[in-house]
Design a protein around this ligand. Sequence first.
Ligand code: NAP
Ligand code: HSE
Length: 431
Amino acid sequence: MRVGIGILGFGTVGGALLRKLVEEGSSVSTKTGLEIEVVRVAVRDLAKDRPVALADGVLTDNPLEVVNDPGVQLVVEIMGGEEPAGDLVAAALRAGKPVVTANKALIASRGEELIGIAGQSGVPLLFEAAVAGGIPIIRPLSETLAGEQIDRVLGIVNGTTNYILTKMTEEGAEYKAALAEAQELGYAESDPTADVSGADAAAKAAILASLAFGTWVGSDRVYTEGIEHIGATDVRIAAELGYVIKLLAVAENTAEGISVRVHPAVVPAAHPLAVIRGATNAVFVEGPSFHELLFAGPGAGGAPTATAVLGDVVDAARELLAGAQVAPPIRFQPGRVLDFESATTTWYLRLEVADRPGVLAQVAGVFADNDVSIKSVWQEGEDDGATLLLVTHANNEGRQRASAAALRSLEVVRDVAAVIRVEGAGPTPNL
Ligand code: NAP
Ligand code: HSE
C-alpha cells in the first residue's frame, strides 16, 4: 500500500525523518505494510548541502508546489514558524490532505482553527512531535485519557533549557556556552530566544492544557518567564539547600478555572523531576482515577522528534487508506482561564540586605502586612554584604508580588536579587 508524502522542511527534524524514510524505509514497510514515498520536499535554500540524497525534481524552494502536487497525498510540516507554515497547513487540510506537524508555535496560535478545518475536511491533523519531542503525550491525552477528568499537568517540556540548567548545576557551566552546545546538538529552535524566554514551553503548556482540560487555551493566556535571569549564585544556593532549578510548565484545572504557567522553579532534589537531566523531558498527568502518570524521554533533537513525526505519518496514512472521515479528537468547550495573579504559589527569594539589628523584623513585617507566611529563612555573609534567603508558605501569587514590591521600597533591602517559585515541596508523587 503506497502513500505519497510531501515534506515542508529539511532541517534538523527533516534530515532525521528523511534518513528514516529514504535510508531505513524498509522497517516502515516491514512492520506496517506501508510504502511511504517522499514525492516532494520544500526548503528555503536549494544550494545548501543536505544529509540525505533525494531524486532529481523532489526538492523545491516553493512550499506551495509540495502542498498542491497531485502525487502528495499527505503533508508533513516541519519547517517551523507560524507563517507561512499556518497557511500551508490550512491549504493542505482544505484540499483534503492529512497533515502531520511538529510545530508547537503554530498549533498553540492557530490550533483550534486548524483542528476545525481538519474536522470539516474529515482528515487528521496530527502533532505528536509538537510537545516533548519523542515522548508520546498528545495521543495519551487526546485518546487514552479522553474520558478522564484531569486535574493537573506538570512537567519539563523544553530540552534546551533543561540542558542548560543541567550543565550549570552539574558542571558549573556558563549559560552562554551551554546554550551554544544545545544549539549544536539540534535541540534549540532556529531562534533560541523562544527556548530561553519560555515561549517554546508556553506553547507546549497551552497545547497540553487544551487537550487535558478540553478548553482551548491560547499561549497568550500562559504566564511565561524564561531562564535568562537564572545565574550561578541561585543554582549554587539551591544545590546547597537540597534543591535544583528547573524550567517547569504547570497547568491546573480548579473549581475557579484553568491556570497555566511556565517559569523557573526550585524543586526538591528528591522530586522525580529533579533527576530529569539534559534534553530529557518529563510530564506528570494527574487525575482522580489514575492518580499520576509519568511520561519521560528525549524531548528534543532530530532523531527522537522524527520518531514521533513518523508515528503520526503511519497513523495518518492508515486513516487515508481506510478512506474514513476522521473526526477531531477533542471537542473544545468554553472555560474560564485565570490570571496568574490568582494562582497559589510558593516563593524562594534572595534578598541583599544591610546586616544590622531589626532588618529581619522589617522584612518579616512586610510579609505579615501582606498576609504571607514565611516557612524558612537562611542568612549568608555579614556586615555590609548579608544575603537573606527566604521560602514562603503557599499563598496567592498577587500577595507574594505585593510583598516583593514592598520589600524593594525598604531602605534596608538593597536588592530583591532573585524570585523563583518553589514546586514539588508537597508530598512526593507516588510512583
Ligand atoms: P530547522 O532545522 O530550522 O529546519 C527548518 C527547515 O525548514 C529548513 O530545511 C528550512 O530550509 C525550511 N524552511 C524554513 N522556512 C521555509 C520556507 N519559508 N520555505 C521553505 N522551506 C523553509 O528546524 P527544526 O529544528 O528541524 O524544527 C522544525 C520544526 O520542528 C519546528 O516547528 C520546531 O519547533 C519543531 N521541533 C523541533 C525539534 C528539535 O529538537 N529540533 C523538536 C520538536 C519539534 P533551509 O534548510 O533551506 O534553511
Ligand atoms: N527547542 C525545543 C526544545 C525542541 O528545546 O525542547 C523540542 O520542541
